[in-house]
Write a new protein. Structure first.
Length: 308
């Protein structure tokens, strides 16, 4: 076979060019000398992104729902110190206390306002303060309310109460069963475990909403009124009736100072997300062991009593 015959057999109209050092020109990989490109951080853009994220979170907390922490025993037995729960902000409309940090002064009226129902657990901001309280709605506008020996009288009719078996709550760092609040309530079982044995009643409001209250005996808060609840006001009480700074207590006593304007209502408590017993530390493993069992997901809407 001649050389001329070989050339004719490979003639396809194309030229194959094998370059041992292919060029990267036009690929935007960096300068021609191979120095890596340093991209500058757009700090203004980063700041705007963080600001938008924070604004979105605050808007959600202010107008839709926000988490809430229980710092005291005033709503025992339904709520314990250390409970974390969700508060919905929209059921009663929005007012000057709706923003998360309460930056606004008192402003009369509500947007899309609606009064809460008897038995609702609500968040309230006392006059001239910034902190939130959590209490239960007992009286509505126009009611004549009185408390006699621990029994609520609404419009001349006693709210039904009946004693039920004592309620035992496990003692822990967040529920120590202090003797000044619950005298003689601290007990131990055969296994040496400590419990807070609480005297409780079942209270049922005129609309049928029913819940448990703690009644440890005669206290100064067992007597109040009578008062007529003004228009656009509600009367709030804690379920731990003898240890609650609510509408029965004066502002000087760190109470609510009587019926509160509906503008002071910031939202409705919906359900418990989780609860901690007070032993959590910086060790992440302690966050798991500190969880109280059986409380996550508990609804905070009162049950409706079945007519007898």
């Amino acid at each position: 076979m001649t050389a001329a015959h070989m050339d004719a057999g490979n003639d396809s109209g194309q030229t194959l060019d094998f370059d041992p050092a292919p060029s990267h020109e036009g690929q935007g990989s960096g300068p021609e000398d191979g120095t890596p490109v340093r991209h500058r951080v757009d700090w203004w853009q980063e700041f705007k992104s963080i600001f938008v994220l924070i604004a979105a979170v605050l808007a959600f907390h202010s107008f839709v729902a926000k988490p809430f922490y229980i710092p005291s025993e005033s709503m025992m037995p339904v709520l314990l110190t250390g409970d974390r729960l969700v508060v919905s902000k929209y059921p009663f409309g929005w007012s000057y206390v709706s923003p998360s940090f309460h930056p606004l002064p008192f402003i009369k009226g509500r947007i899309f306002g609606r009064l809460p129902e008897r038995g609702d657990i609500v968040i309230v901001t006392p006059q001239a303060r910034k902190e939130d309280y959590i209490k239960r709605v007992i009286g509505l506008p126009g009611d004549i309310l009185e408390v006699r020996d621990g029994i609520v009288i609404l419009n001349g009719i006693p709210v039904p109460q009946k004693w039920i078996p004592p309620l035992r709550i496990p003692v822990d760092a967040n529920a120590p069963c202090p003797p000044d609040q619950f005298p003689g309530a601290l007990v131990e079982d055969r296994d040496g475990k400590s419990w807070c044995e609480l005297p409780v009643k079942q209270e049922t409001l005129p609309n049928g909403k029913t819940y448990k209250i703690i009644d440890v005996g005669s206290r100064s808060l067992d007597w109040y009124g009578p008062v007529r609840i003004p228009a656009d006001h509600v009367f709030l009480m804690g379920d731990n009736r003898d240890n609650s700074a609510d509408s029965r207590a004066t502002l000087e006593e760190k109470g609510l100072g009587g019926p509160v304007p509906w503008e002071a209502i910031g939202g409705r408590a919906e359900f418990i997300t989780f609860s901690l017993d007070g032993t959590a530390s910086l060790n992440p493993l302690s966050w798991i062991t500190a969880l109280r069992s059986g409380r996550a997901g508990n609804s905070l809407r009162p049950a409706t009593a079945t007519p007898e």
